[in-house]
Design a binder for this molecule. Structure first.
Ligand code: NDP
Length: 235
């Protein structure tokens, strides 16, 4: 039997992240998930408590993963937050927190885990951006900056790591049904759906399946790409 592959997922406690964990487990991976709230460990699933906004917490969690896992084949940077507001009233904290959870954490995980992957001479990194990082969105300058930052970061990293057989890609979800979008009223959701070419809001599992594809050998010749999973919103 071939050796079980190891995956590290940030923000695997709920929403899109927990679907990514579920799909990777079903594909035979052993998975480590980093988030502030943690679930019960299960077979091949390990939760590590971590605040992605806190550099020392991220670094400690990464060392714990490296110690337990030894190797990491797949890294998925999914943890993300919104702190929306118009620019003229946006507080420093709303800017700093979003940039730190959504973008600086991606730098920290990629810096540590790429060292392992470069030595292994194999690996796949998938960073979760958003259509907002491609199209922009009023009231989300902080979020859009963090998500567009992920795209530039990932393309650069893809170029840096290509010689080590490490692929780096971005998944840009559109409007997906999770806690992040639950805050919106039903009327607003229906209105948004009319602006999506496929005519409906997406499911977390649809994002997770795309992540699993990019992680797999089926995507062995794909690197530096941004794949929108958005029902056609950003085309
Ligand atoms: P949720 O709010 O449902 O889940 C967010 C995840 O991130 C949770 O697991 C949460 O864990 C984790 N997280 C948030 N803050 C921190 C933190 N400081 N430290 C550690 N973990 C943290 O969001 P979604 O599932 O909807 O979003 C997942 C990703 O997809 C995000 O990057 C988001 O920007 C992106 N996305 C989502 C879209 C959507 O429509 N839902 C659209 C486009 C992109 P915990 O709270 O336990 O720490």
């Amino acid at each position: 039997m071939s050796e079980r592959k190891h995956a590290l997922v940030t923000g695997g406690s709920r929403g899109i992240g927990s679907e990514i964990v579920k799909v990777l487990l079903s594909e035979g991976y052993e998975v480590w998930s980093l988030s502030r709230t943690t679930g019960e460990d299960a077979e091949n699933l390990h939760y590590i408590s971590c605040d992605m906004a806190d550099r020392s917490s991220v670094e400690a969690a990464l060392e714990a993963v490296v110690k337990q896992a030894g190797t990491v084949d797949v890294l998925v940077n999914n943890a993300g937050i919104t702190r929306d507001g118009l620019i003229m009233r946006m507080k420093d904290e709303a800017w700093d927190e979003v940039l730190s959870v959504n973008l600086t954490s991606v730098f920290l995980t990629c810096r540590r885990i790429s060292r392992l992957m470069a030595t292994q001479r194999r690996g796949a990194i998938i960073n979760i951006s958003s259509v907002v990082g491609i199209m922009g969105n009023g009231g989300q300058t902080n979020y859009a900056a963090s998500k567009a930052g992920i795209i530039g970061f990932s393309k650069s990293l893809a170029r840096e790591l290509s010689g080590r057989n490490v692929r780096v890609n971005v998944v840009a979800p559109g409007f997906i049904e999770t806690a992040m979008t639950d805050a919106l009223s039903q009327t607003l959701k229906e209105q948004i759906a009319t602006q999506i070419p496929l005519g409906r809001i997406g499911k977390a599992e649809e994002v997770a399946q795309t992540v699993a594809f990019l992680a797999s050998e089926k995507a062995s010749y794909i690197t530096g790409q941004v794949l929108a999973v958005d029902g056609g919103m950003a085309m």
